[in-house]
Design a protein around this ligand. Structure first.
Ligand code: NAG
Ligand code: CA
Length: 353
């Protein structure tokens, strides 16, 4: 899908360095500067075109048609749970009925460092828009086969959760359009809050009109060099659209892939058609190679998310207008004050003469 897109340009850069070693070393600062600028300019497209040399489908972590023996055969690599059931065309996590929970979980712990997971899913039902729910989740977590309130999985989970949230629980006047896809990294103490649609723990996300879509709907999660990117393809254009991009994501090895869903008062069919795991081959510097072992998932620089919290207060535009109206208000006050003072002075003069 993305293999070797930037390889030619890389080779070109290497040959410049080789042919003009003096130029290369003398101007390393300028080059770095240029490179950083270029990176900033290109950061949007870089999310889609990282320098992967190769990618391999890993069947043992993938779920695809035909779902042979899935859920009951001892040779299957996946377990079913709750209302989840297999048909020739999909794994249905929940039917379009109230109060159901279903999940499918990989049996094999996962140890790859650079990977991407392409999920083909379908959410559809009878309910009118925003009278359907609740959505589905894709997991890479320490625990598997748990029941709970987070789209059919436990809360205070440890690991990665991608939520396709189809019902706006928070104040309906909010600016956000649903379905909304978001990313959360659980560390065992963080709690997903349904009443706020997980806003307080969200690392990134986007609106994706993935329900009752006439097209096939996909999401792609990629974790490479601790950078997590999420892209979606839900409007039949066969192209990935940026959804979330989080750097400094650290996830311990040995976790399990899963998908889960839950319905409540509102419902939908939540189907997984496939989950395909690709191993990415990337080049690493020696420093990148020896990375400290971690035991709890975390995000290195949480500062990148503080911005979103600030947005809840006063935005730049709001601040500008507040300031503008304050100044205008003061001006009017001053004019009125001067007029009153003038009158008062005049009256005083009249009284004297
Ligand atoms: C989980 O993350 C939160 C917020 O960053 C932090 O306050 C808490 O201490 C973390 N818990 C663990 C077990 O690391
Ligand atoms: Ca919700």
């Amino acid at each position: 899908m993305v293999a070797a897109v930037t390889k030619p340009s890389q080779d070109r850069m290497r040959s410049i360095g080789f042919l003009y070693p003096m130029f290369y070393f003398k101007n390393i600062r300028e080059l770095t500067c240029l490179f950083v600028t270029a990176c900033i300019l290109m950061s949007q497209s870089l999310a889609d075109d990282q320098d992967f040399l190769e990618e391999f489908l890993k069947r043992e972590y993938s779920l695809a048609k035909p779902y042979r023996g899935l859920g009951f055969s001892s040779s299957s690599q996946w377990d079913l749970m709750g209302t989840a059931m297999v048909t020739p065309d999909h794994v249905r996590l929940t039917p379009d009925l109230q109060s159901r929970q279903g999940a499918v979980w990989s049996r094999i712990p996962f140890f790859l460092r650079d990977w991407e997971l392409k999920v083909h899913f379908k959410i559809h039902g009878q309910g009118k828009k925003n009278l359907n729910g609740d959505g589905l989740a894709i997991w890479l977590t320490r625990d598997r086969m748990q029941n709970g309130p987070v789209f059919g999985n436990m809360n205070q989970f440890i690991g990665l959760g991608i939520f396709v949230d189809t019902y706006p629980n928070a104040d309906k006047t909010h600016d956000r359009t649903f379905p909304y896809i978001s990313v959360m990294l659980g560390n065992g103490t963080l709690s997903y809050n349904h009443d706020h649609d997980g806003r307080t723990t969200e690392l990134g996300g986007c609106t994706a009109m993935a329900r009752n879509a006439i097209y096939d709907t996909f999401l792609l999660v990629r974790l490479s060099k601790n950078r997590l990117t999420l892209v979606v393809d839900v409007d039949g254009k066969q192209e990935w659209k940026h959804c979330a991009d989080v750097t400094g994501v650290r996830l311990p090895p040995g976790y399990f892939f899963g998908a889960s869903s839950a319905t409540g008062d509102l419902s939908d069919n939540h189907d997984i058609i496939s989950m395909k795991l690709y191993q990415l081959t990337v080049e690493r510097t020696p420093e990148e190679e020896e990375e400290e072992e971690i035991t709890v998932p975390r995000v290195d620089n949480m500062e990148q998310f503080r911005v979103e919290v600030e947005e809840e207060g006063m935005s730049g535009v709001q601040f500008f207008f507040t300031l503008l109206f304050s100044i205008l208000g003061l001006g009017v006050l001053a004019v009125v004050g001067l007029m009153v003072y003038g009158r008062w002075k005049e009256n005083r003069r009249k009284r004297f003469y």
